[in-house]
Write a protein that binds this ligand. Structure first.
Ligand code: ZN
Length: 487
């Protein structure tokens, strides 16, 4: 009885939270421009209601009275307790101050990035960092402030464990990118790619990768994203007439996120177990769909024909196509990075933000630390803040502890890919026919259906038969790019 009352309360809270998500989706896709201020007020009003439910004494009483009868109910209560603890440890005036400063900071960041004015932005960033450190201390209750922030994105993953994985990866990745840099550049696509045809091919790919359009939809937005859970999971993508891969692979990436949400057990819908369990596991699904599956030589051999049917000749031969899709080139911008460089972008941000929150790195020294590390890992000199410290929204928005989950997602994807290849011996035959379904079915069974039932590392360990390490990802990258670039 006690458990049922808690369950009903959680469902109502989660339903409200889904509505906030849908308002956000609307804002990025079809909302009229003049509605921005009113929308902020609407979302704020709803978030106030949700926060009140998450910290209410009535919620604490329901938690105390709930007597779980099985593993699912135990996981449900544990997730709900965790949410209550995190929400109630942050004083209301601190939460309000964080919301206020982060909103101002994001606004100033847009202007500072445009004007290349890092010095003018640093006092604001200093304020954001101080508030995040304070929040981390409130959450940590004597433990590490950074770890407590990180725990909000990747539960039960201490930063020391991540540092161990990242430090082990870094030399191999630096060596790999240096070896590739010695090789001749690969062919790039040429031509004008009709946006409507890009969208129709993307939709075809989304369905092939298991996206259920009866419980989802695809729209255009400036930044691709996935939104919602259960019976309403939407994605957005974008088109660039000169670069069809942007649309195709962004779509497949978001389909990885969206099918994870769609494939969670239906009885978990609108509960704390009804969402992807962590940012890292979420990113593992999007990355494995986008990289290990869609950018595999086998799938590329099918995609080449499909693209030529759709767009005609685009200046790349069948033999060069897989190298074009997997082109490796150093660049300043994280979001444009290839598989070899991406984790290097993340690892430097992780080291810098840990030091910022711990107070070991002063904001005044951030640019120098960034640029030195960038030169060491990428062999490039940063000359403008928009190519360096000011490129990402995360720090201006107060999202400290978020970055490492991207690379952790790649590490998990490496482990899952090795495990599913061992189980599905003829996967390349299916991929070469444009059919990734044996792999997506495996991921559904071993990862996606479980939602929030298991802790992230337990989930990966159950799927892969061992504690996740960087080994499979590094082996995959060395094998794939060693072969593509004849290293
Ligand atoms: Zn993603």
């Amino acid at each position: 009885m006690g458990y049922d009352a808690l369950h009903a309360y959680l469902r109502r809270t989660e339903a409200l939270s889904q509505i906030v998500g849908r308002l956000g989706w609307d804002q990025e896709t079809v909302m009229p421009e003049g509605a921005a201020e009113q929308r902020a007020e609407e979302i704020g009003a709803l978030e106030e209601v949700i926060h009140a439910r998450r910290t209410a004494p009535a919620f604490a009483e329901l938690l105390a009275a709930a007597v779980p009868q099985d593993d699912v109910q135990r996981a449900m209560v544990a997730q709900a307790q965790r949410s209550y603890d995190r929400a109630t440890r942050i004083p209301a005036d601190l939460a309000a101050e964080i919301a206020r400063v982060n909103a101002i900071s994001q606004h100033r960041w847009i202007a500072a990035r445009k004007a290349e004015d890092l010095a003018g932005f640093l006092p604001t960033l200093q304020q954001v960092i101080a508030l995040q450190a304070e929040q981390g201390q409130a959450l940590a209750q004597g433990g590490s402030a950074y770890d407590a922030l990180l725990d909000g994105y990747e539960p039960d993953m201490p930063s020391a464990q991540i540092a161990g994985i990242f430090d082990a990866m870094r030399p191999s990745l630096v060596a790999l990118r240096a070896a590739i840099a010695e090789k001749p550049a690969v062919a790039e696509v040429q031509g004008d790619f009709d946006p409507a045809l890009q969208m129709s091919l993307s939709t075809e790919l989304a369905v092939a990768f298991g996206y259920d359009l009866n419980r989802g939809r695809i729209d255009k937005a400036v930044h691709p994203f996935s939104s919602g859970s259960g019976a309403d999971v939407r994605i957005t993508t974008r088109t660039d007439a000169a670069d069809p891969f942007n649309c195709l692979f962004s779509t497949i990436h978001e389909v990885g996120h969206a099918t994870y949400e769609q494939n969670i057990r239906p009885d978990f819908a609108l509960t704390p177990l009804g969402n992807g369990v962590s940012m890292g596991v979420h990113e593992s699904q999007s990355r494995i769909y986008e990289n290990q599956l869609a950018r595999s030589p086998a799938f590329c051999s099918w995609l080449f024909g499909r693209m030529r049917d759709t767009f005609g000749d685009f200046g790349v031969s069948e033999g060069d196509f897989v190298r074009t899709v997997n082109r490796v080139a150093p660049g300043y911008i994280r979001t444009e990075a290839d598989e070899v460089h991406y984790n290097l972008h993340i690892m430097m941000r992780f080291d810098l933000e840990r030091a910022l929150i711990a107070g070991d790195l002063a904001v005044a020294d951030l640019e120098g630390a960034w640029n030195d590390r960038f030169a060491a890992d990428f062999g490039l000199t940063v000359t403008r803040p928009s190519q360096g410290v000011l490129q990402d929204v995360h720090w201006p928005a107060g999202l400290f502890g978020y970055f490492p989950t991207y690379a952790l997602g790649n590490v998990y994807a490496g482990c899952l890919h090795a495990a599913l290849r061992a189980d599905i011996l003829n996967l390349d035959d299916a991929l070469a026919n444009g059919d990734p379904s044996p792999a997506t079915a495996w991921l559904r069974t071993h990862v996606q259906q479980h939602g929030g039932l298991f802790a992230p590392t337990d989930l990966i360990a159950r799927a892969c038969g061992g504690v996740p390490t960087e080994g499979p990802l590094i082996a995959y990258l060395q094998q794939k790019f060693g072969s593509l670039y004849a290293l």
